[in-house]
Every structure is written in C-alpha cells, then in structure tokens.
Design a protein around this ligand. Structure first.
Ligand code: SF4
Ligand code: SF4
Length: 135
C-alpha cells in the first residue's frame, strides 16, 4: 500500500469544503490528519498522511490541484542558516507548528526542526533569508 505525508495549503474560501471526505469517498484513500490550522482571511493548512493505491493517490493529487490546492511533500527539509539568523523573532508567530521558541535566558530563537511541517511560511517571512526549504 502506498503512503505519503503531504501538506495542503488551500484558500480561506475553501476551508469549509469537504476535501478530506472526498479523498476518502472518491479515491478510496485512508487518511490520518496530523495537523490542521486556519490562518484567518488567508489560508488553511492541513498536514495529512494518505494511504492507498498509488494510482488513486495520483488522481487525488490531480483533483486537489484542479481545486487550486497547493500541495507540498512533508519530505521537504527546512533548515536555518545560523550565520544569517539575527533572532528577531518574526518567525515565531506565523509558524503553525510552533517549531520556534524563545530560549529563556539568552532570548535566542530556537528552531525545533522535528516539529516543522514544511509549510514554508517562515521562509517567506524571514527578512534575513535565514530559513530555507530544500526540495
Ligand atoms: S525571522 Fe529569520 S532572522 Fe528572525 S528569528 Fe526567525 S529565522 Fe531568525
Ligand atoms: S516551514 Fe517554517 S513556519 Fe512552516 S512549520 Fe516549518 S518552521 Fe514552521
């Protein structure tokens, strides 16, 4: 059985659509929701593990693309260049996975890569280009 973890970004007007239900009903895929979050007036982010027939998986991805859902693989790796990070803290508030935290004594920003769901938002927001997403 094929299995893959993916991150879905969908526009806020689609947050109420039964996307996951359709993946199960129309493509016979089993799903496990690992994380679901909504950024008000912007987008919804859903991290899913999908299992099933590979052909059905590919058809499901095509359906999602047709619905204008952006799909990223969770196998992407997000890294931080420690030489570029100035610990400004901008990334903390936007991370849907709470992968950043402030170290109490030093006030430095810690990046917990094992919590990261590779949504890419910190890459866009970091003014010092310290965060990078590898394909
Ligand atoms: S936004 Fe960039 S520079 Fe600021 S703490 Fe986060 S990674 Fe470091
Ligand atoms: S890519 Fe950045 S914002 Fe997204 S989950 Fe990972 S650390 Fe958080």
């Amino acid at each position: 059985m094929y299995s893959e973890k993916i991150v879905l970004h969908f526009p806020s007007n689609m947050v109420d659509k039964p996307i996951v239900y359709k993946l199960s009903r129309d493509f016979d895929l089993e799903f496990n929701i690992l994380k679901a979050t909504v950024i008000p007036n912007e987008e919804g982010i859903l991290v899913l593990e999908l299992k099933g027939d590979k052909n059905n998986f590919d058809k499901a991805l095509k359906y999602l693309e047709d619905e204008k859902v952006k799909i990223k693989s969770l196998s992407k790796e997000v890294t931080r260049d420690e030489n570029l990070c100035v610990h400004c803290g901008l990334c903390i508030g936007i991370c849907p996975a709470s992968a950043f935290e402030v170290e109490v004594i030093s006030r430095k920003i810690i990046f917990n890569q094992d919590k990261c769901i590779a949504c890419g938002m910190c890459v866009n927001v970091c003014p010092y280009k310290a965060m990078e997403i590898k394909l």
